[in-house]
Design a protein around this ligand. Structure first.
Ligand code: C5J
Length: 274
């Protein structure tokens, strides 16, 4: 059991039953010149957490914890985007429109991809929402960086064909794998198979990171709470375009004895493993 000196009281978890949730670390939200910045947001607070999220990923990989990346994304025909969602925001730059990095929040667009520094590594298992197909990261999602680390033998050579035909029993044998969930909502559980995927792997505890703190991270953590997960938000691995919203979210999630969950900075999580 790992114990983190968290707020509002120590958070305990078993790393074999814990997954790291990296929410929407996508180019369009974080990179200068992307959708977020085109809307007039200062993306620097989001860009600033990238090294911290990278360290968190390194920790999760070293501890052989499951990692779930999410992407806020819609099908090209927008059939999974409620008109009300599309109407919100800037009418001149709506979901599905041509944006600075391809169609906004549409699967496959360059801006919809996870930042290369944080993307799943070669050999990490990737499963997509809405598909039973299990495969390996697409070239566009592959990290420019390569980290030498042990790869499960079932994935060690010529991984793509093996992954593609992998039975669910095999998937559960792999301890350091990664899921990528394409989600049409703000919450990671809405209209995805995330809950089933986590349950199949015996996950009971979730560590949250990503953007933005008050929208997709908070919504996902609240959804997780309603489904019975014990969640901790890694406070310096999350960010908002609005500092006040970031701080308010951290306060409200952990108020009233941890009504939704716990919070701690990365340093305290790292210390807990020592
Ligand atoms: C937003 C997100 N803010 N990932 N998306 O629209 O938080």
């Amino acid at each position: 059991m790992i114990t983190v000196d968290a707020v509002p009281y120590p958070y305990q978890f078993d790393r074999h039953h814990t997954a790291l949730m990296v929410i929407d670390m996508q180019r369009d939200f974080i990179e200068a010149g992307g959708f977020g910045s085109m809307l007039g947001n200062d993306v620097r607070p989001l860009a600033r957490i990238v090294p911290t999220v990278a360290q968190l990923l390194t920790l999760a990989r070293a501890q052989r914890m499951w990692v779930v990346h999410t992407r806020e994304s819609h099908l090209p025909d927008l059939s999974d985007c409620p008109p009300a969602k599309r109407r919100r925001g800037n009418p001149a730059l709506a979901i599905g429109d041509a944006g600075p990095m391809g169609r906004i929040l549409v699967r496959g667009a360059p801006g919809n991809q996870i930042l290369p520094l944080l993307a799943p590594l070669d050999g990490e298992l990737v499963s997509r929402h809405g598909s039973d197909v299990v495969g390996c990261a697409q070239p566009s999602e592959r990290s420019a960086r390569r980290i030498a680390q042990p790869i499960p033998s079932v994935l060690a050579s010529d991984a793509t064909p093996r992954c593609a035909s992998m039975a669910s029993a095999d998937r559960q044998m792999i301890g350091d794998a990664t899921l990528v969930i394409d989600k049409p909502g703000k919450g990671a559980f809405h209209a995805t198979d995330l809950h089933a995927q986590l349950q199949a792997r015996g996950i009971t505890h979730l560590l949250f990171a990503g953007v933005t703190t008050e929208v997709c991270v908070q919504t996902s953590m609240r959804e997780a709470n309603d489904r019975g997960y014990e969640s901790l938000i890694v406070e310096d691995a999350c960010a908002s375009y609005f500092r006040a919203f970031h701080l308010a979210t951290l306060a409200m999630l952990t108020a009233q004895g941890g009504i939704i969950g716990w919070k701690a900075p990365l340093a305290l999580l790292q210390a807990a493993f020592k």
